[in-house]
Design a protein around this ligand. Sequence first.
Ligand code: ADP
Ligand code: ADP
Length: 228
Amino acid sequence: MIVLEHVNKVYDNGFHALKDINLEFKEGEITVLIGPSGCGKSTTMKLINALNSSSSGKVLIDGKDISGLNPVELRRNIGYVIQSVGLFPHMNISKNVGVVPRLKKWDKDKIDQKVNELLDMVGLDHTIYSNRYPSELSGGQQQRVGVARALAADPDIILMDEPFSALDPISREQLQDELIRLQQDLHKTIIFVTHDMDEAIKIADTIILMKDGEVVQTGKPDTILRHP
Ligand code: ADP
Ligand code: ADP
């Protein structure tokens, strides 16, 4: 479980991006953070994987204050998927997916097996795609690689920041369905950022609505107002 306690984030330029945030992200659930652009969704995600530090308050993962953890170690155990996938252009697909397992020095056979399994799981036949390069894939296919990469080292936590928003509607629906299916199998703790309420209602176990750096509402999809 991930807990934020009285978290404030004031950026170096004085902007107060998060104002006394108190949240719980439950294990094995998909929690969707939703709200207008600039409300603090990405800032919240970056606090959880220590790409940002809070100005006050605590972020706890399984009861441990993450300010006491090595951020590099922490990030190796958190899958992170962002809109601009950020695949390494000079590495083929298989190498891209295996980045974190290699950093963790898994043995090669185990990495190959895991990478192939994940590529198949996200709908990219590994016999076809393993040796291709990112530039040879469509946007939707690159996003699938991004999802596979985030899952590769078997993290308990996956942070997804508008991962599907650049996709065409069909790829987007496919990936939403795949995410729901994956979650049923893998029971990861997933935090998913979007500004699309239909997407949120479709995939979320819990929805957190943010506005101007504050949490406005938290609840199950059926209790959240569709047009707040
Ligand atoms: P910080 O170290 O201040 O928490 P980040 O590491 O999140 O900042 O971002 C790196 C840099 O990107 C910042 O130093 C800042 O100059 C710039 N930046 C990103 N987004 C904004 C923004 N909305 N307004 C101003 N600067 C920004
Ligand atoms: P969201 O993900 O909800 O669109 P963000 O968390 O990226 O919002 O940003 C929240 C607010 O903080 C925005 O007003 C943004 O401009 C500001 N901001 C983000 N990063 C920085 C930064 N590095 N320096 C200053 N302001 C920032």
